[in-house]
Design a protein around this ligand. Structure first.
Ligand SMILES: Nc1nc2c(c(=O)[nH]1)N[C@H]1C(S)=C(S)[C@@H](COP(=O)(O)OP(=O)(O)OC[C@H]3O[C@@H](n4cnc5c(=O)[nH]c(N)nc54)[C@H](O)[C@@H]3O)O[C@H]1N2
Ligand SMILES: Nc1nc2c(c(=O)[nH]1)N[C@H]1C(S)=C(S)[C@@H](COP(=O)(O)OP(=O)(O)OC[C@H]3O[C@@H](n4cnc5c(=O)[nH]c(N)nc54)[C@H](O)[C@@H]3O)O[C@H]1N2
Ligand code: SF4
Ligand SMILES: [Mo]
Length: 823
């Protein structure tokens, strides 16, 4: 791997931290040393300088079993929702975790790497021993949301929860029990699964579809391709000549030492692919690793793609044979029967469609902020370079018009025929190998109704008004009951990760609306404050379980043993034991356990996984080695390869079996659904100017576009209460010097970021890395309202809107207008 592409900040820094700490160097000295090194040296340079080399050796010694005197090592993993599940070696002395080491069973080059944990996983010890750790069951004593609790026994907790469940079921039915989105832990037996298993035994619960992560891309892409949001593996980038990526930042969001960020760098080094990143921010995935950064106004990717399409079409750079054979609706001759005349893509782009507007580079430029010359140059590159690998992150689709943008981006590989061939991709995010790891069986949910994940505050406030055609309710035409019982496991959505938190707070506080809130957590988070009963869960390092590679691991498949490194210190219980306790109150304990202990279930699940992957070692051996890596399983995956080879034999999942540029299904939905003014669903992907974009009337009052980014210092809100990380990655609002100048702001100034929904207090960070007219806040800081609508915690969701996107009814959390002023 070349020096150019391995940033100290991601992979090297923390082995230095830990090494120096072990040598007795203080945090303060470390921080200073590291920031100097990060600024000036790359990891290979560090390695040569000797410091990190020593750290590597120390880690190597521990792996070989030569830990210090009295130290033992257990295997665990960082199972938060970052998608990587990096294995961790938990070093214990005198019953206490004294440090966390990364796994090192791989090699230091591309191939079968060490799956090195990032700074977050390596600071796990601080989360384990944080002041906010929940110790005992508690019941609320103050008003809901006030955060006043009293210790109770497990018996009282189980009795209270069982009584509330019975009351809800008797009075409103199981439809009134909602299982809240919560992505805090991805362990396979004692994570979320026992909660589902219990609720299903009780007659079911209101489930959700979609996620805060990727709801829009997963909903929209199947209209084009017949199936979901994932494309070719990142390893395929090695075979491409041009990598064009929209809002994808693997070195921010796929940080693990063995995941997609790593694969990206290896692939780039192997093939020397030209790299162009389209993003409002100059991200850490750039910093010299890109050939070109194209700054773009948030929410306008579709316009850029249409401007590029205009050049491709008018300069004859489209692959007409591919479009004729594999696609529906590029031009009039492949439009489906029943589509209006001139409703095809070519006519739309050239200005002969219903809107009579040519999507010229000049038109695209005034929307996107990308210069005309850049649009034309990009179009020439895209038209002339093969293979072309187009991908996108999820930031693009976390916008009010995200469903349109994701399909518009897919048009670039489609127009140029860069589909199903080596070095190409569909325009979706890169895919992952899946081992099909088996978790605790959860049974069947008897409640038919399913809610779009983003509309739970509506389902509390106006549940019975919500319908299929207006609110995207599935399984039934209309919700039977509002949400009356909130089951919140391992999530901080209630008061942190959902939108418009001041509104959300008012809805949750009203005990007549949602009558019972159960929170099962291990930290006293903002959401935990809203619990009626608050239960302390184990953390993975105190639990016994196993985990599989995540959705950010790319081709790197592995299983990790989660071993009990330390015993719980207080009265915490695993979710399996918690749910068993509640099941007992209903006489369902035997049905819940099927006669197995949690440990026996772990072994059972592992063995089921092994049946599908016979190359895995037996359970005893797995426990001994702690990690089972199975790299290289699907290295050759190219999205739609079979379809490209034989489109008749390997039809896509669309009604026509082809790529549907024009979707008759979307035309039908557009005609039938009830949409508020301004919401557009259309059979062709098309740029739509939305509410709270820079072209909206509201921009006169709030001239800055705001979005939240997934930064290094947290996984969402998890790891927020780790002081080391707050020091290393301080929260701030990123603002361009041009916008700062107008407001007389400099870095470090305390500022207010505000709109009609609320105000957030934060320091400013003035930087040209964010484009003019746009500001960004790392998402996930803990919401801390001061009672006057001002959030002193710096949580972006004080400012975000709860209005859903048109098709997926999903979170447009990156679409916001604000202003910034000195506090
Ligand atoms: N404005 C804005 N908002 C966003 C986003 C954005 O980009 N912008 N991103 C969205 C996205 S993509 C997502 S996925 C969501 C994430 O939203 P959440 O799913 O709420 O994720 P976290 O904030 O990480 O909260 C996880 C919680 O689980 C707890 N936890 C961790 N381990 C365990 C365990 O073993 N047991 C139990 N019981 N609890 C545990 C942690 O303490 C933490 O409080 O946020 C969304 N919100
Ligand atoms: N470090 C870290 N990694 C994480 C997480 C985390 O919290 N921290 N969370 C994990 C989870 S659950 C998820 S879902 C993923 C999230 O992964 P993403 O959703 O891909 O991450 P974001 O940071 O929201 O956005 C990615 C990039 O899109 C850019 N962007 C925003 N709006 C637009 C737009 O309209 N157009 C274009 N072209 N670019 C835009 C942003 O500047 C950013 O660089 O990350 C995962 N990985
Ligand atoms: S936050 Fe993600 S990259 Fe970091 S250690 Fe955890 S799983 Fe690995
Ligand atoms: Mo996510």
């Amino acid at each position: 791997m070349s020096e150019k592409t391995l940033p100290c900040a991601d992979h090297g820094e923390y082995s230095m931290v830990e090494h120096l700490e072990r040598q007795g160097v203080s945090r303060r000295e470390f921080m200073t040393a590291c920031s100097v090194m990060t600024a000036t040296m790359t990891l290979p340079a560090l390695l040569r300088s000797g410091g990190a080399e020593a750290a590597e050796t120390a880690a190597g010694k521990a792996a070989a079993g030569a830990a210090g005197a009295g130290e033992t090592t257990a295997w665990s993993s960082c199972v938060v929702n970052c998608g990587s599940r990096c294995p961790l070696k938990v070093v214990v002395k005198d019953g206490q975790v004294i440090r966390i080491e990364p796994e090192n069973t791989g090699v230091d080059s591309c191939g079968t790497p060490h799956v090195r944990a990032c700074v977050r996983g390596r600071s796990m010890r601080l989360r384990l021993y944080s002041e906010e750790r929940l110790k005992t069951p508690m019941k609320r004593v103050g008003a809901r949301g006030e955060g006043k609790f009293e210790r109770i026994s497990w018996d009282e907790a189980f009795d209270t929860i069982a009584a509330a469940l019975k009351k809800t079921i008797d009075q409103y039915g199981n439809d009134a029990i909602y299982y809240q989105y919560g992505s805090g832990t991805y362990q396979l037996v004692a994570g979320r699964a026992p909660n589902f298993r219990l609720l299903n035994l009780l007659g079911g619960y209101l489930d959700q579809y979609g996620t805060y992560s990727s709801a829009q891309i997963r909903e929209a892409m199947p209209y084009t391709y017949g199936s979901g949001g994932n494309g070719s593996y990142m390893t395929e980038v090695a075979n491409a000549k041009l990598y064009l990526s929209f809002g994808n930042s693997p070195l921010n969001t796929r940080q693990s030492g063995g995941g997609k960020g790593y694969e990206w760098q290896c692939a780039k080094d192997a093939g020397g692919v030209r790299t162009i990143l389209v993003d409002p921010m100059y991200t850490d995935s750039m910093l010299g690793k890109e050939d070109e950064w194209v700054p773009i106004r948030p929410g306008t990717d579709a316009a850029l793609c249409e401007g590029i399409a205009y050049v491709l079409i008018t300069e004859n750079k489209v692959d007409q044979a591919f479009l004729d054979t594999y696609c529906v609706g590029y031009d009039e001759k492949t439009l489906p029967a029943g589509a209006p005349p001139k409703s095809d893509y070519k006519n739309y782009i050239l200005g002969h469609g219903a809107d009579k507007l040519a999507k010229t580079p000049a038109w695209a430029s005034q929307i996107t902020g990308v210069p005309v010359s850049t649009i034309v140059r990009l179009a020439h590159l895209i038209g002339d370079t093969k293979p072309l690998f187009v991908s996108q992150g999820y930031g693009v689709q976390r916008q009010a018009n995200g469903e349109q943008s994701v399909r518009a981006i897919a048009m670039l590989p489609i127009l140029t025929g860069n589909i199903g061939l080596p070095g190409t991709n569909t325009g979706a995010r890169e895919g992952d190998v899946e081992l099909g790891a088996v978790g605790l069986p959860v049974g069947k949910n008897s409640v038919k109704a399913v809610l779009p994940f983003f509309l739970w505050t509506d389902a509390i406030a106006r549940g019975t008004e919500m319908t299929a055609k207006r609110d995207g309710i599935r399984g039934v035409d209309k919700l039977k009951a509002p949400i009356k019982f909130m089951w919140n496991y391992a999530g901080n959505v209630l008061a942190n990760q959902h939108s418009d938190l001041n509104r959300t707070d008012a809805i949750l506080r009203d005990e007549k609306k949602c009558e019972f809130v159960l929170v099962i957590e291990n930290q006293m988070t903002p959401s935990a404050r809203y619990a009626d009963i608050l239960l302390p869960d184990l953390m993975a390092q105190e639990n016994f379980d196993y985990a599989a590679d995540g959705y950010a691991s790319g081709t790197g498949s592995f299983l990790v043993a989660l071993q009990q490194a330390v015993k719980p210190r207080y009265e915490e219980k695993s979710s399996y034991e918690i749910c068993r306790g509640i099941a007992k109150r209903f006489g369902l304990e035997e049905k819940f356990t099927e006669g197995r202990t949690q440990e026996q279930w772990v072994e059972w699940c592992y063995n089921e996984t092994r049946k599908k992957n016979p190359e895995l070692p037996d359970f005893a051996q797995f426990q001994k080695q702690g990690i089972a890596k199975m790299y290289g399983k699907g290295k050759a995956n190219i999205a739609l390869e079979g379809f490209r080879k034989d489109p008749v034999k390997n039809k896509l999942g669309t009604p026509s079996g082809k790529i549907e540029i024009y979707s008759a299904r979307l035309a039908k939905i557009a005609a039938e659904w009830e949409l508020p003014p301004g919401d557009v669903i259309s059979p062709l992907p098309q740029y739509v100017t939305t509410w709270e974009s820079h072209l909206d009337a509201k921009a006169a009052k709030y001239p800055l576009q705001l979005y939240g980014l997934h930064g290094h210092g947290r996984t969402h809100s998890t790891y927020h209460n780790v002081a080391w990380l707050r020091e290393l990655h301080p929260d701030a609002v990123l603002i361009n010097p041009v916008d700062a100048e107008k407001r007389k702001l400099k870095t470090g100034d305390a500022v207010r970021v505000f709109n009609d929904r609320g105000t957030v207090l934060l320091p400013a960070r003035v930087t040209p890395r964010i484009m003019p007219g746009v500001v960004a806040i790392p998402q996930g800081a803990w919401y801390k309202p001061n009672g006057k609508g001002v959030d002193e915690g710096g949580c972006i969701n004080t400012l975000t809107s709860h209005r859903p996107s048109p098709l997926a009814k999903a979170n447009p959390q990156h679409t916001n207008l604000v202003d910034v002023a000195k506090a």
